[in-house]
Design a protein around this ligand. Structure first.
Ligand code: ZN
Length: 500
């Protein structure tokens, strides 16, 4: 038994005007063959989970290619072409493969296709044939389309949000793939798609209505009804012609797979109105920061400009409001993507003061520059190691700088990544614990790193590409009948089932 293993990942925000190129993937590092295997060894991510499970099950594998990029605007077609060409080469060099275990994000759109992952998996299916077993891991925010379902035998998504089980998703997909390959079981996989999107800041798997749904699904596994389940809350800034949120169930019993998928899908649809965040204005949060004597920071969560959700990260409304309120004396940490400001900081030099315009350089629809006179505190190459759920992974921001206006310390970067990880600040000399107010541009991912070190978490929405106000965005491709744009009360959630 031998399978090919490959990974391609990017989360697309259709409303971010910055396209994602092959160079963006190269900046993250593209790995091939044995280098791919070694690059993920002992790191808690999907591919390591896949390789470990296959090794435990005694399934031989060929590592083909791993390529990832930061969430951003649509990818260019050159990206998926490059992935497919390299993967095809490996498949051609290894005739008679029994299957493929893949890792995708699952909410990936290109300038030419709304369903990049569906296109890729369809291509692999045609290449390997109907007999092959194809298993894939996905992000919880994937858009599981009919094309993905039709061409995949095992689909496993992250079970956590904030996501902390990257490894687990890959491991589960490869384990279930191995069970089919070794003839232990037939697997029935059921899928229900629900035409709905909700703000990503409005739910998590630790508490609230969404966590109750997760508990129910978990119990179905504990009770032996299912081998596996996944709940996909489609990334809400994806403007595509097909897809939606989805439930997947996997069982050796067709009856259990279909009844569980139906029950979970009906409940998922029913809780859609309850998945909304509680919001504050930027001013309210800054005023709370001014009074904060707790010794721990208040976290201002500006999720709409989250680079993790594909927004540009260049909004500086918080800085503008601090200046307007005369609150430069409040210890505050900010991070803004601003390439010209980085260049200016290098030009001005450490310890010197200069005039800067901060923000509004990438997504001019959402962000305006703010003029400040700032002192350059430090300059960096922009590489930092994550400390959160992907501990040890290195992120590359390009050169960056820390500049100060009064007691406001601003990290300015060429690109933005992993905004929910405290290392984005700590690595560059900004220790969140020493601030009264720390701005974090993330939806929910920050909880894993910040919840224990903060006095209060307050959400705001500056109206950027990852806004919670989905009705404000100009969706043009989503079907007409889609929550929250129309009433889907009468929509009948239909289950599909197939067996391998
Ligand atoms: Zn996600």
């Amino acid at each position: 038994m031998k399978v090919v293993v490959a990974e391609i990942s990017q989360e697309t925000n259709s409303f971010c005007p910055v396209h994602t190129t092959l160079s963006d993937y190269r900046r993250y590092g593209i790995c091939f063959g044995q280098d791919y295997r070694e690059s993920v060894r002992k790191i808690e991510i999907e591919s390591e989970g896949i390789f470990t499970a296959l090794e435990q099950e005694g399934i031989d594998y060929v590592p083909a290619i791993r390529m990832r990029a930061q969430a951003s605007g649509k990818i260019l077609p050159e990206v998926s072409q490059y992935f497919i060409e390299n993967l095809d080469k490996v498949i051609d060099e290894n005739p008679g493969l029994d299957g493929a275990v893949l890792s995708f994000h699952g909410a990936t759109q290109s300038t030419e296709s709304d369903d990049v992952c569906g296109d890729i998996v369809k291509h692999i299916r045609e290449k390997l044939g109907r007999h092959a077993v194809i298993a894939s891991s996905y992000d919880l925010h994937a858009n599981i389309t009919e094309r993905i379902y039709d061409n995949t035998d095992i689909i496993c998504g992250y079970l956590t949000y904030p996501h902390v089980d990257f490894y687990g998703a890959g491991y589960r997909a490869a384990k279930l793939c191995a069970r089919i390959l070794t003839g232990k079981e037939h697997m029935h996989i059921a899928w229900c798609s629900i035409p709905m999107i909700v703000p990503a800041s409005g739910y998590n798997t630790s508490n609230g209505v969404f966590s109750e749904l997760v508990k129910k699904a978990k119990k179905m596994v504990q009770d032996g009804l299912l081998f596996d389940y996944s709940i996909f809350q489609m990334q809400p800034w994806l403007d595509v012609s097909s897809g939606g949120s989805a439930i997947i169930t996997i069982s050796d019993s067709a009856k259990h797979a279909i009844t569980c998928v139906q029950e979970l899908s009906d409940e998922f649809k029913a809780i859609r109105h309850a998945m909304v965040p509680q919001l504050y204005s930027v001013e309210e949060i800054i005023k709370a920061g001014m009074k904060n004597d707790s010794g721990k920071p208040i976290i201002l969560v500006d999720f709409s400009d989250s680079a993790n959700a594909g927004a540009a990260g260049d909004n500086s409304d918080v800085l503008a409001k601090i200046l307007e309120l005369g609150a430069e004396h409040v210890d505050t940490a900010l991070a803004v993507t601003d390439e010209p400001a980085v260049e200016r900081a290098f030009h001005v030099g450490i310890g010197n003061t200069g005039d800067f315009e901060i923000g509004g350089t990438k997504d001019k629809n959402c962000s305006k520059p703010v003029k400040v006179r700032a002192r350059v505190r430090s300059l960096h190459d922009g590489d930092f190691k994550l400390d959160g759920p992907s501990r040890g992974i290195v992120r590359h921001l390009g050169t960056c700088a820390v500049i100060s206006v009064g007691k406001i310390d601003i990290l300015v970067t060429r690109t933005m990544a992993s905004t929910g990880d405290t290392q984005l600040y700590r690595h560059f000399g900004i220790e969140p614990m020493f601030y009264k107010l720390v701005a974090v541009k993330a939806n929910i991912s920050f909880y894993a790193s910040y919840s224990n070190i903060s006095s209060k978490i307050m959400f705001t929405d500056t109206g950027c590409a990852a806004t919670a106000d989905l009705k404000k965005l100009s969706f043009t491709r989503l079907p007409k009948s889609f929550h929250p744009f129309s009433d889907i009360d009468d929509f009948n959630v239909a289950a599909h089932i197939k067996v391998k």
